[in-house]
Design a protein. Structure first.
Ligand code: GSH
Length: 199
């Protein structure tokens, strides 16, 4: 194996956060773009749970949680505050985000109620972003792909909400060079083809 392998899916916010850490550090990986309904056999062999991202290291270690990939790549130990925001994002916010975006996939879900519940997190995040101490780059990268997904669902509505700090923070992240590299389009990986690198 010439370098670690990253199984990724361009539009997945978990994969985005992992790729951001890779772009930031120029951590060398072979990038394998996955189509979720046609997951590569090798990926399923090393990580039967079948979610992306998955990072396979040269020593055979498999890291199959996006946050753990970030922690490995960035050599990042979460502070108590970072842990707090990530838990709120990954548990509370993502729960409501999924129900807001895809209400038909769940029973008895009102999408506007879910939007309001998700907004409680965004209002708190707004207050945090407005404080004097900035979020660490790693934490910011771990969170913004999910806020992007929420924002994109109804951008006109999102843009007129009273979360000015969130709007500025999100725009800055989306316009960043690192995010542009992270979002480059790659065609579906097929076994046997020449390795793709993205940084
Ligand atoms: N806890 C995992 C979640 C990853 C995840 O759910 N990824 C989605 C794509 S955004 C996925 O692979 N879904 C396929 C499935 O659940 O079958 C992580 O942080 O890496």
């Amino acid at each position: 194996m010439a370098s670690p392998i990253l199984y990724s899916f361009r539009r997945c916010p978990y994969a985005m956060r992992a790729r951001m850490s890779i772009v930031r550090t120029e951590f060398q990986v072979e990038l394998r773009e996955v189509v979720l309904r046609d997951r590569p056999e090798h990926m399923m062999e090393i990580s039967p749970k079948g979610t992306v991202p998955v990072l396979l290291l040269e020593d055979g270690t498999v890291i199959e949680e996006s946050l753990e990939i970030m922690q490995h790549v960035l050599d990042w130990t979460l502070s108590e505050e970072e842990q707090h925001w990530i838990s709120r994002n990954d548990d509370e916010f993502k729960f409501h985000l999924d129900r807001y975006k895809y209400p038909n996939r769940y029973e008895d879900v009102d999408e506007l109620e879910q939007r309001t519940l998700a907004s409680a997190y965004l209002m708190d995040l707004d207050e945090r972003l407005g404080s004097e101490v900035s979020l660490s780059e790693a934490l910011s990268d771990a969170l913004f792909p999910f806020v992007r997904q929420f924002a994109n669902h109804d951008r006109d509505w999102f843009d007129v909400q009273p979360w000015g700090h969130v709007l500025v923070w999100l725009a800055k992240n989306l316009e960043s060079e690192a995010f542009k590299v992270c979002m480059k389009k790659h065609k579906q990986w097929v076994a046997g083809e020449a390795p793709t690198r993205f940084c």
